[in-house]
Design a protein around this ligand. Structure first.
Ligand code: AMP
Ligand code: MG
Length: 361
């Protein structure tokens, strides 16, 4: 039975997403929870009886959900097709995984001291990343590649045990942006352990590019939601988009929701996305560049910014590593933060871009 007239197709698609999700290379908790925002949006759609067009694609290791409101279906689908192609292109340019060659992998394999020319957009995102590293006290850093690969959270097989202390100490030598040197013809690294990893920022950049392409196709009201990291533009049939924030521990529950209109990014780094349990301890994919170990202060860190999902993505990772004490730093950059710490306590920054409506727990 359709939930309401305008969203019959979307509802069917939602069921389909749910059914195919278990084949993805994610843990079962992630599979379930990254569907929540779609669910919340579906409720919003019903309340407005609007005709949304909703499509999903598997890009960057996650399900990317496009929701477009207020235009006819053919125009929306064409815009989504182009936006998805652009986001896939960005994954190919920035990924350090898989066998397809790219400049980032070439850099990571270069002889220390050799200058490697990086394409303009890689050069630009690297400069942005270095800035955020400096501003965040290296809680976020783009040179975490060797450590990321050592832990292996993004490899096809989820790891079953932590690496050795010696291997962690060795990889940590490269986790230092001072080991990157920019020259007129490109970049060089000073140590073979210094490897780029854009995993904490490229998804936000892809979302921004996806939104830009949608706009080029005449779309003014849309959400691009990459597994819970999203940017919302315009509104939903004259009302704000309603966006749920998943609970990091309670399966199927939300912490609360936001109402967004205009141009807003909401990006979350969570310890439920990729993790394994070893001898009763949880090891998750966001690493503390100081210790080389999974960061332990947070279970979920959300950053809300006006427009820019790229910056929100980098800062959500930084906030996750820093914990609640990182909130004032975030605010000083004009962003709002919401953090669930390792004990399950929620901390919110004083700066409010969007009011947060907590769910009854
Ligand atoms: P996110 O889910 O946006 O927080 O990004 C996590 C991904 O970024 C990981 O899978 C790693 O590839 C990479 N990463 C892990 N820890 C850090 C860190 N402290 N700084 C920058 N990138 C990181
Ligand atoms: Mg991030």
């Amino acid at each position: 039975m359709p939930l309401c007239d305008g969203v019959r197709v979307s509802w069917l698609r939602f069921e389909f997403i749910f059914l195919v999700a278990p084949s993805f290379s994610m843990n079962s908790v992630s599979r379930l929870f990254f569907l929540l925002p779609a669910c919340m949006l579906l409720l919003a759609a019903c309340s407005n009886q609007s005709q949304d067009v909703r499509e999903s694609r598997f890009i960057m290791g996650t399900l990317v959900q496009f929701t477009i409101s207020g235009v006819e279906e053919g125009m929306a689908l064409e815009a989504i097709r182009a936006a998805a192609a652009e986001m896939q292109r960005i994954e190919d340019v920035f990924t350090i995984y898989g066998t397809q060659a790219n400049a980032v992998k070439a850099f990571n394999a270069s002889v220390p001291g050799e200058v490697v020319a990086l394409p303009g957009e890689v050069d630009s995102l690297l400069k942005t990343s270095i800035e955020v590293a400096q501003q965040s006290g290296d809680a976020f850093t783009p040179v975490i590649g060797s450590l990321s690969i050592l832990w292996g959270f993004s490899l096809p097989e989820v790891p079953v045990a932590p690496p050795s202390e010696l291997d962690i100490v060795t990889a940590l030598i490269g986790v230092d942006t001072q080991m990157l040197v920019h020259e007129s013809k490109g970049w060089k690294r000073l140590n073979s352990q210094t490897q780029l990893d854009f995993g904490a920022i490229a998804k936000g950049y892809a979302i921004d590019r996806g939104i830009a392409v949608l706009r080029e196709h005449g779309i003014g009201n849309a959400i691009v939601d990459a597994g819970g990291d999203l940017r919302a533009i315009g509104d939903h049939a004259g009302k704000p988009w309603r966006i749920g924030l998943r609970h990091p521990r309670k399966e199927g529950a939300t912490l609360g929701w936001f109402e967004a209109s205009g141009d807003i990014s909401i990006v979350t780094s969570g310890d439920y996305e990729r993790f394994f349990l070893y001898q009763g301890k949880r090891y998750q994919h966001i690493l503390d560049p100081q210790s080389g170990m999974p960061a332990e202060r947070s279970s979920s860190a959300t950053v809300i910014s006006v427009a820019n999902a790229t910056i929100a993505d980098a800062w959500s990772t930084a906030l996750f590593v820093s914990g609640a004490e990182g909130l004032p730093l975030l605010e000083s950059r004009g962003m709002q933060g919401l953090l669930v710490d390792a004990d399950g306590q929620m901390h919110a920054s004083k700066l409010t871009i969007l009011p947060f409506h907590p769910s009854a727990q």
